[in-house]
Ligand binder design. Sequence first.
Ligand code: URA
Length: 315
Amino acid sequence: MDARDEFLELVRQAKEHLRYYQELGVTALGDTERLAAVAAIAKTALPAPVELKTPAPQAELTVPTSPVPTLPTLPALPTLMAMPEPPLLTLPLTTLEAMPKSEDAPLLFGELEPAPQAAAAAAAPVNETLEDIRREMGDCQRCKLWSTRTNLVFGEGSPTAQLMFVGEGPGADEDASGRPFVGRAGQLLTKMIEAIDLKREQVYIANVVKSRPPGNRTPEADEVKACKPFLLRQIACIKPKLIVTLGNPATQSLLETKVGITRLRGEVQTYPHLPGVKVIPTFHPAYLLRSPDKKREAWDDLKKVRAFLRGELEG
Ligand code: URA
């Protein structure tokens, strides 16, 4: 049910609610005396009417000017008891099903931004290939990074990979070669992949931004925004079972969150842009090169990745 349907449903329920009061003999909601009397009786006879969260219907009703029409006498208590309960403002089942599970809540509440990128990904041609996406990127100049790059680094690996790795952005070696993760961090990533009994060619490797940020600085918001639709389309095209996000920029961008990697790492997260895809964040290999003491935690995360792919870990 979309927002408009949900709104119409609320209006319908509000109307029913008003009809309930009318049936109790209230002809004008400005008639506070009558309302209070009805409320007192209803309190003992019926469950309390549900409070409307929508703008109070009174605001839309014209309070009758004098003389106030004579009201019929209040129905006797047995009649009141036989009356239908006021309609409950329940959410339709479909809405409830679509609601995030409690474990997703920290990711979703207050941290989801409207995702125009998701709309862009959804608008992408249904059966497009990675080649189609690469062709569309062309000699991309959608953000300022184009002016300092040597090569655009699109991504590489199996187009049917079950596992995808997403890093931050190309470094010097990647910029020079046009391939992702080929420098020192890349060599460590290859070892990480092999440690979970996979070959590099079996996975797909991409980055949040496809052009090197000067001096390997963190990609800026406008650069991420310009590049993200293409990453989302790559993911939609590959449909991996699992994405391992490497470090903060990839994790925060793909999960639409501001929560940091230290809190999110090693836990199976829900990818918000495509049903059925999960995300396990872990530390970026470049960070592991600087902080080798974190490798143990990264190895724990990788074991979870392996268990998930083997169907031994619930998403
Ligand atoms: N770091 C990244 O985030 N991506 C690469 O491709 C290389 C290094």
